[in-house]
Ligand binder design. Structure first.
Ligand code: SF4
Length: 593
């Protein structure tokens, strides 16, 4: 991948330059992105634009921070070495200047070139009505000489089709700059004239400005534009903030409540007092935006392509949302009677109200998406019918199965998988769990199940888990909430056997363990049993929440698996053409983002 930053000032055509060069690269068969960042003022203010070119599809959409090339159209900006901060070692620097490269105080590890684009543009009659030269197309020619992925012919076509006045004059100027820089690069000519012959640099200074990815945005798995959202919420522009988030993530209401907010961990403000509460800001955008003031997202023209999505959780519905925006016709197949996946039926109402999930699902459905609920692929419709009827398929079935303890007594009455309990309660089913409940597991489902058990009538709820308090995978704030509700937690404890009197479950035999830490990938290091420490816990029901499993019995054998998970590449492609997968059914870590 090649990354380029253009620096100029308002009116110099920096943004158009990046765009037409992206068009030229695309004409040459490359993938290309171009976009801009404006300074405080438009005309005369500092403007940056960015260009990425790659042979492969690109997953990164941020600004460019470590460019391979820096193109400086206003030579005054090159008087401050900060302009090339972040440039890769050996990066190519192109400055629009009549001066030689050594006139600029830039680091010696960079390859600096100059081209007198003002003169070339003026001599070719590429002028504003005021008589000033228009340099961007000339610079584009020089960039084509420097960057291998941009061809001169493709650039000429991009200029012709780009709606630029007098395109042939612009092309001629671009060609001249191309050949001049090529000659410089091959050593057949020197750089531009010496400083004495060139006009004086205008004594203007611009504030030193260094682009860096904010740590919150770098840490957000959904890639939300947190710093602009924060400013909008600060101004009370909630609708704008919500639309800003939805450009990247259609679920700010859900994430604003249950995301584990890794965005806040490395906030620069932590060094001063505490991190910006990005999670609460996201929630505020959703809660305070007025529905009738929201602009609906723009849908592209119909593509004529049909896509089937299996599963209506966050992964499936995010896919549905973005593909619908691109003009594709979407059908979602959902086995449950309600759409929304784990956020709708696996997270308790007190943490994530069903009404919030329904609102976010509905705003996606309003884009024209069909959701077929109570339709289980493999049972109600064969997978082969989906692959033959649709142009593509995205599998996002999530992890809804329950892992087992494999201890004696587990398969009798009184034992309930944690996720099943949460689903049943969300769907309005009744559960009689008695007054003493033991929950086994140290993750968020265990905490949710324990707190739900309290809410449906259990008087004594205890949690046991293998991990120490510090290494429990549940979010600490959820653990503390559970304790405030009177739920006790016994760490480093292993269940050994479930006992019954007749059919009535009455006690669980346990054992103390040592260890139970997690490695850097989050995998549990199996603890050592402390033999002889057996003891009994009395209970009427046991809820098992030690992890969830993926079930995809409908998949044909030619879909490659990695254990129980579907094997996908960085673009979500499975081993079968036109079949993609994402979310918990793949190796992506489990969370709503
Ligand atoms: S709370 Fe989660 S989804 Fe929201 S900005 Fe932070 S990391 Fe991203």
């Amino acid at each position: 991948m090649i990354e380029i930053i253009f620096h100029g000032t308002g009116g110099q055509g920096v943004v158009v330059a990046a765009k037409l060069l992206a068009d030229a690269a695309a004409k040459g068969g490359y993938q290309a992105q171009s976009f801009a960042a404006y300074g405080g003022e438009r005309r005369g203010g500092k403007v940056e634009s960015f260009l990425r070119i790659s042979e492969e599809a690109m997953l990164v959409h941020s600004k460019v921070y470590e460019p391979d090339y820096v193109i400086i159209i206003n030579e005054n900006l090159a008087q401050d070495s900060a302009i090339v901060s972040g440039a890769k070692d050996g990066a190519g620097i192109l400055i629009n200047s009549p001066r030689p490269p050594q006139s600029f105080p830039l680091p010696g590890n960079l390859k600096i070139h100059t081209i007198n684009a003002n003169l070339i543009a003026a001599e070719n009659g590429v002028l504003l009505p005021s008589g000033l030269p228009v340099v961007n197309t000339t610079i584009m020619g020089a960039v084509a000489a420097l960057v291998p992925a941009i061809g001169l012919e493709e650039l000429a076509d991009a200029i012709r089709e780009g709606g630029i006045p007098s395109p042939e004059k612009n092309i001629k100027a671009a060609q001249e700059a191309y050949h001049k820089l090529k000659a410089q690069l091959s050593g057949t000519t020197t750089a531009e004239p010496e400083a004495e012959e060139a006009p004086e640099v205008v004594a203007e200074r611009y504030p030193s400005y260094r682009s860096k990815m904010p740590p919150c945005e770098a840490n957000c798995p959904a890639g939300e534009p947190i710093h602009t959202t924060t400013l909008m919420v600060q101004d009370g522009r909630f609708e704008e903030a919500l639309e800003n988030i939805r450009a990247e993530n259609p679920f700010p209401g859900i994430c604003g409540r249950v995301c584990f907010h890794p965005c806040e961990a490395d906030c620069n403000r932590n060094e001063f007092d505490e991190g910006i509460a990005a999670n609460a800001i996201e929630r505020a955008a959703f809660d305070f935006a007025l529905a009738d003031k929201l602009n609906q997202p723009t849908l592209r023209d119909k593509s004529g392509k049909r896509v089937a999505i299996i599963g209506s959780g966050p992964a499936g519905m995010s896919c549905a949302y973005f593909l619908a925006l691109l003009g594709h016709e979407i059908t979602v197949f959902e086995a449950s009677p309600v759409p929304g996946g784990i956020p709708r039926i696996g997270i308790p109402e007190y943490r994530l109200p069903g009404e919030v999930v329904d609102r976010e699902i509905n705003q996606i459905v309003e884009l024209g998406i069909e959701i077929r609920t109570s339709t289980s692929v493999g049972k109600d419709i064969p997978f082969q019918d989906i692959t033959s009827e649709y142009d593509a398929c995205f599998i996002a079935v999530g992890a809804h199965g329950a892992m087992k303890l494999n201890i004696p007594g587990e398969d009798g009455p009184g034992v309930i998988p944690g996720l099943d309990l949460l689903k049943d309660i969300a769907l309005g089913k009744e559960h009689s769990i008695g007054s003493r409940v033991l929950v086994i597991g140290g993750g968020n489902v265990a905490i949710d199940a324990a707190r739900t058990a309290r809410r449906i009538g259990a008087k004594e709820v205890q949690i046991i888990c293998l991990e120490s308090r510090e290494t429990m995978p549940a979010y600490q704030e959820e653990v503390e909430e559970a304790e405030r509700e009177g739920i006790s937690i016994l760490n480093q404890t292993m269940p050994v056997q479930i006992h019954r009197t007749g059919k009535q479950l009455n006690k669980i035999e346990c054992l103390k363990v040592t260890g139970g830490s997690r490695d850097e990938k989050g995998w549990l290091q199996w603890p050592e049993k402390n033999e002889g420490t057996n003891f009994m816990i009395e209970a009427d029901s046991v809820i098992i929440a030690i992890g969830s499993s993926v079930a995809t019995p409908f998949l044909p054998d030619n879909v490659e698996m990695s254990g129980p998970l579907i094997k996908v590449d960085d673009l979500g492609r499975t081993s079968v053409p036109r079949v993609y997968a994402g979310g918990d059914a793949t190796t992506v870590p489990g969370s709503v983002v």
